[in-house]
Design a protein. Sequence first.
Length: 136
Amino acid sequence: MNEQLSTYLECLIKQKEAGLILVEDINNLVLIKESIAQRGFTLASSWQEILANFRIGNSVCLELPNVLSKELYDLIAQYSARESAIQIMDKDSMAVESIQFDPYKCHLLLLSSIQNIQEIEKTHSLKDKVGLVERI
């Protein structure tokens, strides 16, 4: 698993699209997240944390929640489509959050169980918003 993850991350950092790791055994999720963090990715739990990390030049890994907010989906969609800018309307504050970033330095890695991505795909098309996909 570690060698497969290392090879995947080596390829991902050369891309400007978001990456997606599909976890076959949910019991390996904690180990995978620890391994990703050891390789320089910051673990985030919200779209706000992703933007904050991109502002300071960090790569981010996000475990996809069961239900995607509009803001998180927009961020994922814009990451690859706009290549260096993200603009999100925060529905709570009604303020627009905008950032510029270098997609070759600030990588977005999404992590999900296979069951979770199947549920998400029923309402949000994610697989066409990412580049490299790996099953581990």
